[in-house]
Write a protein that binds this ligand. Structure first.
Ligand code: NIG
Ligand code: FE
Length: 424
């Protein structure tokens, strides 16, 4: 792997920080920008971060300049690669019938009750070969990296049987080996109760706890267990049972919660989940609990956009109270079919009233905390993985400003350069 030299960077957005822990409150606005910056990467790691002037005086750079892959980033913005901490890429088909019903006025829950929704993605996944599923996951990873994402959390959750959930996680593993970025796999066997267990949901919860989680843990196929805790999915009680099983099997916990109806967060937070996601229906007590916890509040406004909702998660209340907020795409076929991270930043700013600075921090360093990867991901600092994105814009605020655009010309993942578009 050749060393990389990014030079003349118009704005180098480092997100460097002396502090430990995720960004909260005013710290979310501190981007650590270096004007006319330079970065040297070696062996898949970042080794030097500073100004172009200093880099060009560096004796190692002077001696090795001809051997470096040099990218002139004049008039461009360089960011830490986005960390997309919430995606569901292990599915086969888009849900076009759901889409048509929604444009005709049906809600997410009405569509699910009428035979659409998550359950309608299950048959195709159960029938699919592992390679076919892996190709779909790989397609999503490539689309994500084209918009500057370098780390992706990837959930199973459309198999809903021991066999099909294991197959989904194996497909995620196969795809992750064929993509230069970093993939964090999550078991979401508790996405919904599959049709064959409708009359005996507790047996499905037992299957998740006694079969899926131990087998996934034994084969090291996932780092996290996720649970969809909401109306029409799993109860607060079931969620705690499944979360405890995850912990007993040395897997970390994250949850979809309070998307459709409120579930008080206190008991789940007591189990120390790394992240709780969606959070549309939280109240002041939940916000205060979150602010006093280490758990990341992951917001996925792409789902609100695609479901045509007028309300968005209360980002301002969460940030102003001191919660550590992250942003993710929630890429999935039912509620958020987008792999465009800059679009998610745009939604965060226009719909949730986050600032550009808060949105960038939430999509990089706090995303890294949401995956327990903050030591290696989420900022441009010596020693961290060489995960960077180069945007053809003069000012970092343009990333959230241009609606549904993608100005990412290069994505660098673990030191490997991917060219996304012709640059000027
Ligand atoms: O995060 N809420 C649950 N899971 C997904 C939707 C999955 C689907 O509809 O396929 C979400 O929005
Ligand atoms: Fe989701």
């Amino acid at each position: 792997m050749a060393p990389i030299f990014l030079v003349n960077i118009g704005q180098l957005v480092t997100l460097r920080s002396g502090a430990h822990g995720p960004r909260r409150g005013k710290d979310l606005r501190e981007l650590g920008i270096i004007q006319d910056g330079a970065v040297v990467c070696l062996g898949g790691k970042i080794v030097t971060v500073g100004t172009t002037r200093d880099a060009l005086r560096d004796s190692w750079v002077k001696k090795n300049r001809t051997k470096l892959i040099e990218i002139d980033c004049a008039g461009k913005v360089v960011l830490p690669g986005f960390v997309d901490s919430h995606t569901h890429p292990a599915f086969i088909s888009p849900r076009l019938v759901d889409f048509e019903k929604r444009t005709a006025g049906s809600s997410y829950e009405e569509i699910a009750a009428a035979g659409g929704g998550i359950r309608s993605s299950v048959d195709a996944v159960r029938r699919a070969g592992k390679r076919q599923l892996a190709d779909h996951v790989l397609g999503a990873l490539k689309e994500l990296s084209a918009s500057g994402v370098t780390t992706v959390e990837a959930k199973s959750g459309y198999g809903l049987s021991v066999e099909a959930e294991l197959k989904s996680l194996q497909a995620i593993k196969t795809a992750s080996r064929e993509w230069p970025g970093t993939v964090v796999p999550t078991l979401l066997g508790a996405h919904v109760v599959p049709s064959e267990y409708t009359d005996r949901p507790q047996e499905y919860v037992a299957l998740v706890c006694e079969q899926m989680i131990p087998r996934v843990a034994k084969r090291k196929l996932a780092k996290f267990v996720d649970i969809f805790c909401d109306r029409g999915a799993f109860s607060a009680e079931d969620t705690l049972t499944i979360a405890k099983s995850a912990r007993e099997n040395n897997l970390q916990v994250r949850a979809h919660i309070s998307q459709l109806i409120r579930t008080p967060l206190d008991r789940l937070l007591g189990l120390g989940p790394v992240s709780v996601d969606h959070l549309d229906c939280v109240n002041d007590a939940d916000v205060a609990r979150l602010a006093n916890s280490e758990t990341i509040a992951t917001l996925v406004p792409g789902a609100n956009y695609f479901l045509g909702l007028s309300e968005y998660p209360p980002a301002r209340r969460l940030i102003d109270a001191g919660a550590a907020v992250a942003l993710a795409t929630d890429f999935n076929p039912g509620s958020s079919p987008t792999a465009n991270m800059p679009f998610v930043l745009s939604l965060a700013c226009t719909q949730m009233k986050m600032t550009s600075e808060e949105a960038i921090s939430a999509a990089t360093i706090n995303g890294a905390f949401a995956l327990a990867l903050s030591k290696s991901k989420g900022s441009i600092e010596p020693g961290k993985d060489a995960d960077l994105s180069i945007f053809d814009v003069n000012d970092y605020r343009e990333i959230a400003y241009w609606v549904a655009a993608n100005h990412c010309s290069y994505t660098i993942m673990n030191g490997e350069i991917q060219r996304n578009r012709q640059t000027n």
